[in-house]
Ligand binder design. Structure first.
Ligand SMILES: [Ca+2]
Ligand SMILES: [Ca+2]
Length: 207
């Protein structure tokens, strides 16, 4: 066998695989598209039913957080007449805190609106939104830190939740958790609202 023949033979296999692979990738992508398109079909467009669009920008709004009745150490959140916690959360994306909520005092179920109160809604536009902004990217993560804010002592951490962004749905995401020694969060409601729509529609969905 000449050197030229050896080269030709050794290259035959890789080039054959190279020829086969692109159609396989196209078939896989086509299958994925069909699966996604079915979810997007009319009737499946209600809140919380549609996956996030890759590379799309979304508002993230935590509308409700419920804590377990006692802290991770099974102690009262606070001492005094009201032992109930004063709940605050912050959202971290790509190592940056991109939103911190107000504190909802003395409650086990804290709630926040995603828009500022007031009647100047349309004039204020994006300024009135109280929500974080993220870009939906594969392998992207979103972290929510929750704490009970204390005045005289250091805050009591209630737990940290790390979420795979692409596993969230557009609309409401209702997530429940078991209590552990690291987690005092019972339930968290997160709304994902696409930025790719009118400000009126965004406000309606974040309110
Ligand atoms: Ca406390
Ligand atoms: Ca309290």
């Amino acid at each position: 066998m000449s050197d030229e023949e050896k080269t030709a033979k050794s290259e035959a296999s890789p080039s054959w695989i190279g020829f086969l692979l692109p159609p396989l990738v196209v078939i896989a992508a086509g299958f994925l598209w069909v699966a996604v398109a079915r979810q997007d079909s009319p009737g499946g467009t209600s809140l919380g039913t549609r996956g996030l669009r890759n590379d799309g920008v979304y508002y993230v709004h935590v509308s409700q957080i419920e804590l377990y009745p006692t802290s991770q150490d099974d102690e009262a959140w606070d001492s005094g007449d009201s032992g109930a916690p004063d709940i605050r959360y912050r959202i971290v994306w790509q190592g940056n805190t991109i939103h911190q909520s107000a504190t909802d005092d003395n409650t086990l179920i804290a709630e926040w609106s995603g828009v500022s109160d007031g009647t100047l809604d349309k004039l204020l536009g994006e300024e009135m939104l109280k929500a974080a902004q993220i870009r939906a990217l594969k392998d992207g993560k979103l972290t929510v830190h929750v704490e009970d804010v204390d005045t005289l002592t250091p805050n009591d951490p209630a737990g940290t939740i790390e979420l795979e962004i692409m596993e969230l749905r557009e609309g409401a995401n209702d997530l429940s958790f078991e209590k552990t020694k690291d987690l005092g969060i019972k339930r968290i409601l997160i709304r994902m609202v696409s930025k790719d729509q009118s400000i009126e529609e965004i406000v309606r969905k974040l309110r």
